[in-house]
Design a protein around this ligand. Structure first.
Ligand SMILES: Cc1cc2nc3c(=O)[nH]c(=O)nc-3n(C[C@H](O)[C@H](O)[C@H](O)COP(=O)(O)OP(=O)(O)OC[C@H]3O[C@@H](n4cnc5c(N)ncnc54)[C@H](O)[C@@H]3O)c2cc1C
Length: 403
């Protein structure tokens, strides 16, 4: 019989694929399911204690930010001790990275300063270049090769026990849900917390399926077997989705086409109801500091990379300040009111979460518990007609079976 947490997550279709459950219980493993999502599969017994520990940290069931809550007056962007824009000082890192390379620069600084002994991060799978693996970085070169966003499933917590078996402290980079799950475990386990002094997240619009990634190859008229390397973006800002082929040639498409026309259309369900796409549980969260046009739409014209940077904890602020003082990165503060021009889609997503949870309730689906995330305050900022449309749209998709 399936573990209780698994039944609940399946009923809600709220798995993020983070992999935490596989680290907590040897009875669970992560596999690819459906159109290419990372999903838990029960392969052995899960004890009651394991089941409880997973349920307390699984971001498909709960995200609890009450110990560092959102300011109810500022419900869209999460806790902030510093908010600014910036970039890595190293021009190669800035260029290679996804936006301004601030995540990678923080990692380089954390290694150089001895704050951590290694970094746990996601990078391209050498055996299947459109996919991801989680691995260890111990040098600036390792961090450079892992830089860049990879819009495909990743389960960076599945290997947690392997990382913990190594000596030393490590920094962790993940999606907001990965970091929320690790933070929840760390709160319950001070020894784990002491091993991970730095958790970094990026804003996340959701994880597309493997099938969607395959559509990019189809669009580029490339057979999967011919791909030697694949980048979703980076090498410029935003950079191109680029397949480098075994014959030495390459094919590419713009970020606007790859994300806007293909990947964003096939995002897993949990991401569509995410109340923490901004990485509230991270020490530092980064995002694209897009330049908004006069109509409030971000511009995806190629230019020098620029990251939005939010230090959310005292530890995060200390690392950011130290990296800036060491010259590893540069930042300048921006007023929180400016963020909405850089991240209009994330603002709307947060304001509409509550209407989507109501739609889930209406059709009898359980919903994740979102605590300390100011979901109701965010909803009050959305015009009522937009709320109704978001609610009705999801109900309609449930009825049609396309949610
Ligand atoms: C699925 C996804 C959705 C995103 N959605 C948004 C969004 O809505 N708004 C926004 O502003 N930004 C989004 N980003 C993040 C954005 O692309 C940049 O990563 C962010 O601006 C940080 O840039 P950087 O230059 O500092 O990062 P870099 O220095 O390039 O570092 C990126 C880090 O992310 C890690 N990483 C890459 N892909 C994954 C993955 N799939 N799982 C776990 N770790 C990964 C890498 O290991 C690396 O450490 C998304 C990224 C991904 C992967």
């Amino acid at each position: 019989m399936d573990a209780d947490f698994l039944k609940r997550v399946r009923r809600a279709d709220s798995c993020t694929g983070c992999g935490l459950c596989a680290a907590v219980s040897p009875g669970i493993r992560i596999t690819a399911a459906g159109p290419g999502w990372a999903r838990p599969e029960q392969i052995g017994p899960v004890s009651a204690a394991e089941d409880q520990a997973i349920a307390a940290a699984c971001p498909g069931l709960v995200v609890d930010q009450r110990d560092n809550p959102h300011d109810p007056a500022e419900p869209l962007w999460g806790p902030q001790r510093f908010t600014g824009v910036g970039h890595a000082s190293d021009p190669l890192l800035r260029h290679t990275a996804s936006s301004g390379g601030v995540i990678s620069a923080l990692l380089v600084h954390a290694l150089a300063s001895g704050l951590v002994d290694f970094v746990v991060q996601v990078r391209a799978d050498p055996d299947q270049p459109t996919g991801n693996i989680t691995s260890i970085s111990t040098s600036p070169d390792d961090v450079l090769t892992a830089a860049g966003s990879r819009y495909a499933r990743s389960s960076p917590l599945a290997g947690l026990n392997d990382w913990l078996a190594r000596p030393g402290r490590f920094a962790f980079v993940g999606k907001p849900c990965d970091v929320a799950a690790l933070r929840a475990r760390a709160k319950a386990d001070p020894a784990l917390a002491a091993r991970v002094p730095l958790m970094l997240a990026f804003f996340c619009a959701g994880i597309p399926s493997d099938r969607a990634v395959g559509r990019i190859l189809d669009h580029l008229k490339v057979a999967p077997g011919d791909v030697a390397a694949f980048r979703f973006r980076g090498d410029g800002w935003p950079g191109f989705a680029r397949a480098s082929l075994r014959d030495g040639s390459s094919r590419q498409m713009t970020y606007n086409d790859s994300w806007g026309q293909i990947l964003s259309k096939e995002v897993q369900f949990r991401c569509k109801i995410c109340a923490d796409a901004v990485g509230a549980a991270a020490d530092v969260a980064c995002a694209d500091a897009w330049y908004g046009d006069d109509r409030g739409y971000p511009s995806f014209e190629e230019t020098d990379g620029r990251s939005l940077v939010m230090a959310r904890t005292a530890a995060g602020l200390a690392v950011l300040d130290a990296a800036r003082a060491a010259g590893t990165l540069a930042t300048q503060p921006v007023p929180v009111a400016d963020i909405i021009r850089m991240q209009p889609h994330q603002a709307r997503r947060k304001r509409q979460v509550l209407s989507r949870l109501f739609a889930m309730r209406l059709v009898g689906r359980p919903v994740p518990r979102y605590l300390g995330l100011a979901v109701a305050q965010a909803a009050r900022r959305e015009p009522i007609m937009a709320q109704v449309k978001s609610f009705a749209g999801l109900v309609r998709r449930f009825i049609k079976g396309t949610a």
